[in-house]
Design a protein around this ligand. Sequence first.
Ligand code: GLY
Ligand code: MN
Ligand code: MN
Length: 431
Amino acid sequence: MSDSELLALQTDHLETLQQRYEQALAEHGFDSLLISSGAAPMRYADDQGWVFHGYGPFVHWTGLVDQEFSWLLIRPGQKPVLWLFQPVDFWHANPEFSPEPWHQQVDIRFIAERQVPSIDGAGRIAVIGDPAYLGDVAGEHNPADLLTAIEETRVRKTPYEIACLARANELAVKGHRAAQNAFLAGASEFGISLAYQQATGQREAESPYHSIIGLNEHAGTLHYQYYDVEAPSQPRSLLIDAGVRFRGYSSDITRTTAAPGEDRFAALIHGLDQLQKRLCAMVAPGVDYADIHRKTHQGLAALLVAAGIVDGVDEQALVSEGVTRAFFPHGIGHFLGIQVHDVAGKRTPSPEDAPFLRLTRTLEPGMVVTIEPGLYIIPSLLDPVLAGPLGKHINRAVIEELRGCGGIRIEDNVVVTDDGHRNLTREVMAA
Ligand code: GLY
Ligand code: MN
Ligand code: MN
């Protein structure tokens, strides 16, 4: 899709938001809504601020993730008013703001001070955002029922949002290719991070989450957060979980690569990849997302047996006795959008058999989810299984061999369509 087609979709997106927000306001008895962009807090007892990423509803309307101390007013039947904070400041630059078609749909005013706009005739007004930046502005702050309704406006993505998520995937895939090449050329975790940022053109602070780049056993720490600057003497595996933000929208992609000669680990990656594709194929309207999580455990049980990791136990027992959970302790995925773990996934608690599942809803067209099965060698989870009644069925020699490869995760970003799904990640990887 060309840039101009994407920008044309954005104007439809704003019209849809106007309708959705008007309905949410009417249902909860409000006449208007003031949204704060928020701002980055300062580090405690320091003059340095944290990296700023704007508040979700503000980004939902504007796509502006780096505008601090700014405000957006929504009223039924009226143009939204956007106050953008653009101070005169010789220490810092203001965020870039070049003309785009959607600016015609919004009344844009620039403010040079950190001030709350004065609003006349707003009626019953709700004010939402980080309470630290709402101060004593008049109105009801963060009313819970309205916030729930506003989160709900983000669940079924508009065509514009899906186009942005597709672009975020295109950019991230470039980074993943560069990261894999850097690994195969012997780069360290730090070097792989640099290759990823170079290829995506986005520095890590601007990306939706801190990249997870683990070599060897580091790949077994689910959210491994450091970068060794030296490559290991024998690189065996790379797990990289990294995304890109495009006009506020996030990608969240994971790939795992075996070093040449790591045949057993490579076969396991292949097995998990096959399973992951079957799980992606389940994504369709009417499907209970928790059932995809359950299918993952069944598939992992079969894979553990096929790979010779477990022997002589019924596959169903591997699931019911918690063996698969020791190898795959997290949920199968989550909503994806402005936030990497996007809002409104859990209107009901996680089922007992999936305590970390962040998404417990039935899938509907327009939802965007990740599908991210994993298989890890995590000593703190596996040791109790090895010491338990099923321990004798687990092939310790194979576990020992795989331990130094850490683990595998394969993660795609998948849209629920009217009659099935669209895999935003694989369609780029296959291109
Ligand atoms: N990158 C975090 C996650 O996959 O959920
Ligand atoms: Mn994810
Ligand atoms: Mn991820």
